[in-house]
Design a protein around this ligand. Sequence first.
Ligand code: ZN
Length: 200
Amino acid sequence: MPDSHRMEPGQSGQDVEQVERALELLIQGLGLDRSDPHLKDTPRRAAEAWVKELCAGLNGPQFRLTTFPSESESDSGMVALQQIPVKSLCAHHLLPILGWATVAYVPNGQLCGLSKLSRVVDHFARRPQVQERLTNQIADFLQTGLHPQGVAVQVKASHMCMELRGVNHTGLMTTSTLRGVFREDPTLREEFMQLANNGK
Ligand SMILES: [Zn+2]
C-alpha cells in the first residue's frame, strides 16, 4: 500500500452543510425563484452530489492497491487498460471534464488487479482538477504502489468550460505521461500510443 495520503493535494475535510449554504447563495445570486418547487431541495441534493460523488476523491482512496507477484520470470510486456471513464471537474470553472484514460505499466515482479487501474483514475478524477495534473497523479500513484519498470498514462477529455462558455467549441484535449521503459523504449512507447489512440 503506497503512502497515498502524501499525494493528496489538500484534504481539508468536506463540509456538506457549508456546501449546501453556498448552493443556496448561488440560487439566490442568480435571482432564481426560491418558491419554485423544483428548487426547494436543490441545495441539499446538489451539496450531497458535490461532496459524495463529484468530489469523492477528496476523501482519500476508497480502495487498497493490493499487489500480487507476477507469474512470468521476465516481465517485459505491458499490462494496459483502455477506455477508463474520466469524470472530473475543471479547477478553473468547476464545470465537468468528461473523457477516457488509457493506463499501462510494465511490471517489475508485482501486478495489481486490472480494476484497480480504473479506481486509481476515478480517485484522482473525482475532484476539481487540471487534466495535466490528473495524468501525472495517476502515474505517480502507480509508480509508488507498484514500482513498475515503466508506467504510461494518456487522458483524452472534453472540457465543458470550453464547450459551454468562452469559445463554445467542442474539442478533445489529450495529455500523456511516459515513465521508465515507456520513455526509453520506442517500440513500447509506440505500442502504448497505438492502444491509447485506438481506444477512443
Ligand atoms: Zn475550465
